[in-house]
Design a protein. Structure first.
Length: 398
């Protein structure tokens, strides 16, 4: 094989040294944004595949659209730069690339249980590993991995199974920041460093790659539930926040007006959906949960064209009231119950916090980890406004 020249960062070097160290099984890359974690691990696994015959490498993320838009894009870009890409070796239907020596790289998502619980692999890499919400998902992949497991994540969670993995005697944590990436243009370096002007905690996570330590969470009054009580059937609303890279988020809210309570459950949390795919998802969700299409969906009005298509498809969509502070006050003014299965919503609630600059707490939330929170806020504020309107009408006629 001809000699390859690979321009790389120190993150590549540290991961490669861990790869060839027989005493290390788990390699956890904790770091900030643009530290070259993803790109470096892609480079390293290509080198591994070229140097080892008939090896299977699995690259995994929570959803396939997210995987295609990030890791797969980098992986095939690197192959092309190294003149290693051959279309006949690329099975695009199954997302598998085979090298001439019999080694292969397969890409799959956690919503493909056949792959997760399928055949063994030699190397597994879980991209954005903090998106995996259960230890069972980790265990299923670990049990079927013969040699090494790689992980990368931004440390926005303080309570996650990844931290337990890092404590194992055969684990190595590789910390990196944008300062490890000498290929970053100065404009991006400036943008990252100015995150401190947005929020101190956000700067710690995404610039410095340090775990979040903020206690300024906005909603900390919620409790959990398993089954909506029969009393909570007086009002039913859905909240929908549109996204693309950020997930499109849908919640259902069952209001118990007599007890000033709302029971919230997430129904959709998915990135990269087209409008047609969203309509298909909603049709399935409504049928599965026995929700009438007459049910009101309170939507983010930033996408009027999507709302129009949803209404044309038979859904009953209305515009949300996007007064953020009023919406937060509405959520805080009601007893909030979150379904135990709503893992993404519970995760967002633990991170949804007030913006902080230095010691000053701002009167606005950080615009991160808020997709389901926004959908919930739309629904609860819409209901509160309508109930207030009804209450005023009663007063005027008494």
């Amino acid at each position: 094989m001809a000699e390859l020249t690979i321009r790389h960062t120190s993150v590549f070097t540290k991961n490669y040294e861990a790869l060839v160290n027989p005493n290390i099984r788990f390699i956890v890359n904790q770091g900030g944004t643009r530290s070259s974690k993803t790109y470096s691990i892609c480079q390293m696994l290509i080198v591994y595949a070229l140097n080892n015959n008939k090896k299977t490498i699995s690259i995994i993320r929570k959803t396939l659209p997210a995987l295609k838009a990030t890791v797969m894009k980098d992986f095939f870009e690197i192959l092309n730069e190294l003149n290693l890409y051959d279309e006949k070796n690329h099975n695009k239907s199954d997302n598998i690339f085979k090298f001439p020596n019999g080694s292969c790289v397969e890409f799959f998502s956690l919503d493909n249980p056949q792959k997760v619980r399928g055949r063994k692999r030699h190397i597994a890499w879980i991209n954005e590993a903090n998106e995996l919400l259960t230890t069972d998902e980790f265990n299923q992949i670990n049990f079927r991995c013969d040699e090494k497991m790689f992980f990368d994540f931004n440390p926005s969670d303080t309570d996650h199974w990844l931290y337990d993995v890092m404590l194992r005697p055969d684990a190595l944590m590789i910390h990196s920041t944008y300062k490890n990436n000498s290929f970053l243009p100065k404009s991006l370096v400036k943008e990252i460093e100015e995150l401190i002007l947005v929020d101190q905690d956000y700067y710690n996570i995404y610039a410095l790659g340090l775990p979040s330590k903020s206690t300024q969470t906005i909603f900390n009054h919620h409790k959990t539930y398993d089954v909506v009580p029969s009393t909570a059937a007086s009002t039913l609303l859905l909240g929908l926040d549109f996204g693309h890279v950020h997930p499109t988020a849908l919640v259902i809210c069952n209001f118990d007006e007599n007890n000033n309570s709302v029971f919230v459950e997430e129904l959709l949390y998915e990135s990269y959906l087209t409008t047609n795919q969203l309509i298909e998802r909603l049709d399935n969700i409504f049928e599965l949960n026995n929700i009438s299409k007459d049910a009101t969906i309170v939507c983010d009005y930033a996408r009027p064209e999507i709302i129009a298509e949803l209404n044309s498809s038979g859904f009953n969509c209305v515009n949300a009231i996007k007064n953020v502070v009023e919406g937060i006050d509405a959520v805080k003014s009601i007893k909030l119950f979150i379904n135990n299965k709503s893992l993404n919503l519970k995760r967002e609630l633990s991170k949804y916090k007030w913006k902080q600059i230095g010691d000053r707490i701002m009167d606005e939330p950080v615009k991160q980890w808020d997709d389901l929170c926004d959908a919930m806020r739309y629904s609860i504020l819409y209901n509160k406004r309508n109930m207030d309107s009804i209450s005023i009408s009663f007063v005027s006629f008494s």
